[in-house]
Design a protein around this ligand. Structure first.
Ligand code: C2E
Ligand code: CA
Ligand code: CA
Ligand code: CA
Length: 279
C-alpha cells in the first residue's frame, strides 16, 4: 500500500509539473500572441425551435499556437484574466465579431445575431460600454444583432454597478443574455431587476434531460419562468433528439449544441447558413 501511495504521489507531481509548465509557456506567449493576432473566432449556430433554422451564432475564441496547434479557451482565458491581457484580447473578440457580422452581410446573407462571451474582469472594465459603442459605430453593425453573454457570478460581484452597466448596454441597443443559467444563485426577484433578454440554460441540465425527473422539472420551470418574465430562452449543449423533443414539449425557443453543429470556422458557418438558414 505504501509503494502504491508513493507512485500515485509521483504521478500527481509529474502531472502538476506539466500543467505548471504549460501554464508558464502559454502565459508567457499570450502577450505576443495578441500582438500577432494568433486567434480566431469559431461560430456555433443557434437554432430556432420548432422549425430548426439558424437564427444566430455564438462566437468562441481559439488560439492558433504556432507550435502547440489549436488551444481551447478554457486553457488560456483564465491566464488572460490573471494577467489583465483579457482586456486587449476581449476587445479583439468584440471587433472581430462585429467585422464578421458585416462580412456575412456583405456576402448577401440575411442578418443573424452574434453573441460574444465576456469575462468578469472585462465586465468590470470602466470604459467597456464606450468601447463597445465605438466598435459598433466603426463597423456599422446594427446593435440589435449584437449580443453579450454574461454569467450570474459576474453580475453578483457588484450588483448595483452591474445593473447600471446593463442599462447602458441596453441604451445602445445591444442584447444581453445570462450564460450558464442555473449554476449560480440568482433569485427570481433579482432576475426581474435585470434588463436582460435571454436566459441560456446551462449544459449540465440539458445533459440530464429525460434521465432525471427533478432535473426535467427544473428545465420546464425555467422555461415557464422565462416566458412569464418575457425572456427568450435557449438551451445549450443539446446532443440528441430526445433532448430536442423534451425542449419542444416545454416550448423552448432556441437550442445550441453538437446535435446541430460544433463551432465552425467563418467559411463553414456561411455554408451552414446557406443550407439551414433564413431565406
Ligand atoms: P461557454 O460560453 O459556456 O461556451 C460553450 C462551450 O460548450 C464551448 O466550448 C462549446 O464549444 C461547447 N459546446 C457547445 N455545444 C456542445 C455540446 O453539445 N456538448 C458539449 N459537451 N459541449 C458543447 P469552448 O469553445 O471550448 O469554450 C469554453 C468556454 O470558454 C466558454 O464556455 C466560455 O466561457 C469561454 N470562452 C470562449 N470564447 C470566449 C471569449 O471570446 N471570451 C471569453 N471571455 N470567454 C470565452
Ligand atoms: Ca457562452
Ligand atoms: Ca454556457
Ligand atoms: Ca461555461
Amino acid at each position: 500500500a505504501k509503494s502504491t501511495g508513493h507512485n500515485m504521489y509521483c504521478v500527481y507531481e509529474k502531472h502538476m509539473a506539466e500543467s505548471i509548465n504549460t501554464h508558464l509557456t502559454l502565459g508567457g506567449g499570450l502577450r505576443k500572441a495578441i500582438e500577432e493576432e494568433q486567434f480566431v473566432l469559431h461560430y456555433q449556430p443557434k437554432i430556432r425551435l420548432p422549425d430548426e433554422t439558424v437564427v444566430g451564432a455564438e462566437a468562441l475564441i481559439r488560439w492558433e499556437h504556432p507550435e502547440l496547434g489549436m488551444i481551447s479557451p478554457d486553457r488560456f482565458i483564465p491566464l488572460a484574466e490573471e494577467s489583465g491581457l483579457i482586456l486587449p484580447l476581449g476587445e479583439w473578440v468584440i471587433r472581430r465579431a462585429c467585422d464578421q457580422l458585416q462580412e456575412w452581410r456583405e456576402a448577401g446573407h440575411p442578418p443573424v445575431k452574434l453573441s460574444v462571451n465576456l469575462s468578469s474582469r472585462q465586465f468590470m472594465q470602466v470604459n467597456l460600454v464606450d468601447m463597445v459603442e465605438q466598435v459598433l459605430e466603426e463597423t456599422g453593425v446594427d446593435p440589435k444583432y449584437f449580443e453579450l453573454e454574461l454569467t450570474e457570478s459576474m453580475l453578483m460581484a457588484d450588483a448595483k454597478q452591474s445593473i447600471e452597466k446593463l442599462h447602458s448596454f441596453r441604451a445602445l441597443g445591444v442584447t444581453l443574455s445570462i450564460d450558464d443559467f442555473g449554476t449560480g444563485y440568482s433569485s427570481l426577484a433579482y432576475l426581474k431587476k435585470l434588463p436582460i433578454q435571454t436566459l441560456k440554460i446551462d449544459r449540465s441540465f440539458i445533459n440530464d434531460l429525460g434521465l432525471d425527473n427533478d432535473n426535467d422539472a427544473i428545465v420546464k420551470a425555467t422555461i415557464q419562468m422565462a416566458a412569464s418574465l418575457n425572456l427568450n430562452v435557449i438551451a445549450e449543449g443539446v446532443e440528441n433528439r430526445s433532448q430536442v423533443d423534451a425542449l419542444n414539449h416545454y416550448d423552448c425557443q432556441e437550442v445550441q449544441g453538437y446535435l446541430f453543429s460544433k463551432p465552425l470556422s467563418n467559411v463553414d458557418f456561411l455554408l451552414y447558413m446557406q443550407s439551414h438558414g433564413l431565406s
